[in-house]
Design a protein around this ligand. Structure first.
Ligand SMILES: NC(=O)c1ccc[n+]([C@@H]2O[C@H](COP(=O)([O-])OP(=O)(O)OC[C@H]3O[C@@H](n4cnc5c(N)ncnc54)[C@H](O)[C@@H]3O)[C@@H](O)[C@H]2O)c1
Length: 340
């Protein structure tokens, strides 16, 4: 079988993760990478043997023959690039979120449909083993009829203050809330019809990052399920886990509780520091990349190769963006907002 030729746009933290998977996947080959910052793109190209480096994605799309493109630019900069890739007839893997405004969502969906290309958004918590097991149990009816859920997904402050230079142009809702919301939608197998959210700000603004600290959101689903979702970006940096992730799903016959923050499988200490190395999200075993954050990218290639449906549909990702826009509106107005 011929390899799927990939391009990557955005050579930051996560563009590097995409390059690692394409290097390893037997059906993929990364043929070009682009970043405004060519030094970053060149470094990733050297590490993963990518032959072409560009600073302008339009040029790369014109000059390098490929099948599909990974879009791994900051959260608010997916729209124009996704439309350009679809117009060029390329399949696209877009990092979450699909987009951060309704107009971009509509433009992307229109360009994908008109050009008959395929698109997946990397809402990778569906590959997270405890959640995948929970979904199977829900689908087998082991929890009965689902009634309610709780999802907490927070990050330490460092992610907003130090890791992401563009955090002020995004928010914890786009960066992590997209994952928690998609997971709830998937587990409940329903659409959100109404949201009510409250938020507060101040800690991050005081640290020079102009974004909301925490959102607490009530979600009402079309099938009657209700859920609480907590997304904050101000967990103290001393937390040994970057993420604080807890979820409960309750049905009339059973319940599932998931806590991926405290796996307790390995802890490492010295005189000044304790750490809990990641064994679930993204790591390497005998030089091979592992973890659910890699499985989603691998799955994009697998499904392109077989022609099967992607595990995350464009419609699912569209819903995530539209509901997050409603959450932001609700938190500003301090009143419930219907999803239109
Ligand atoms: N699925 C996950 O687990 C996961 C994890 C981290 C980040 N992400 C997502 O990946 C995306 C990128 O995040 P990151 O942490 O890698 O950010 P980053 O800041 O490390 O990298 C983004 C890169 O994009 C480049 N860039 C921006 N606009 C560009 C353009 N028009 N052309 C070429 N290059 C451009 C920047 O120069 C930067 O190097 C975000 O949407 C983020 O939410 C997903």
């Amino acid at each position: 079988m011929e390899k799927i030729k990939m391009l990557i746009i955005g050579a930051g933290t996560w563009g590097t993760a995409h390059a690692g998977i394409f290097k390893e996947h037997p059906l993929a080959e990364c043929v070009g990478i682009c970043d405004y910052n060519t030094e970053k793109a060149e470094a990733v190209a050297r590490e993963f043997d990518i032959p072409k480096v560009y600073s302008n994605y339009q040029e790369m799309l014109k000059e390098v023959s490929c099948d599909a493109v990974s879009i791994v630019t900051p959260d608010h900069l997916h729209g124009d690039i996704a439309v350009a890739c679809a117009e060029a007839g390329k399949h696209i893997l877009i990092e979450k979120p699909l987009a951060t405004n309704r107009e971009d969502v509509e433009r992307i969906v229109d360009a994908v449909n008109r050009n008959k290309v395929r698109a997946m958004v990397d809402l990778h918590n569906r590959w997270n083993p405890p959640f995948a097991l929970a979904k199977d149990a829900v689908d087998r009816g082991e929890l009965g009829t689902l009634r309610s859920g709780y999802f907490r997904l927070n990050d330490i402050k460092w992610v907003a203050t130090d890791l992401l230079p563009w955090a002020s142009s995004s928010s914890i809702l786009w960066f992590l809330g997209s994952h928690s919301l998609d997971t709830l939608n998937w587990l409940f197998n329903s659409r959100v019809k109404r949201v009510y959210s409250v938020s507060n700000s101040g800690v991050l603004k005081g640290l020079g990052v102009d974004t909301v600290d925490t959102y607490l959101t009530t979600l009402e689903y079309e099938n009657g399920c209700i859920a609480q979702m907590e997304n904050g970006w101000i967990t103290p940096n001393g937390n040994v886990n970057v993420n604080d992730m807890k979820c409960t799903i309750l049905g009339d016959k059973g319940m599932i509780s998931i806590d991926t923050s405290n796996h307790n499988l390995i802890q490492q200490y010295n005189d000044s520091q304790a750490k809990v190395p990641d064994v679930l999200v993204r790591n390497s075993v005998h030089g091979r990349v592992k973890g659910f954050a890699y499985e989603s990218i691998r799955s994009f290639i697998d499904k392109l190769a077989t022609g099967e449906h992607f595990i995350v549909s464009l419609e699912d990702a569209t819903q995530v963006t539209l509901v997050i826009l409603a959450i932001i509106e609700s938190a500003k107005k301090r009143e419930p907002v219907e999803i239109l």
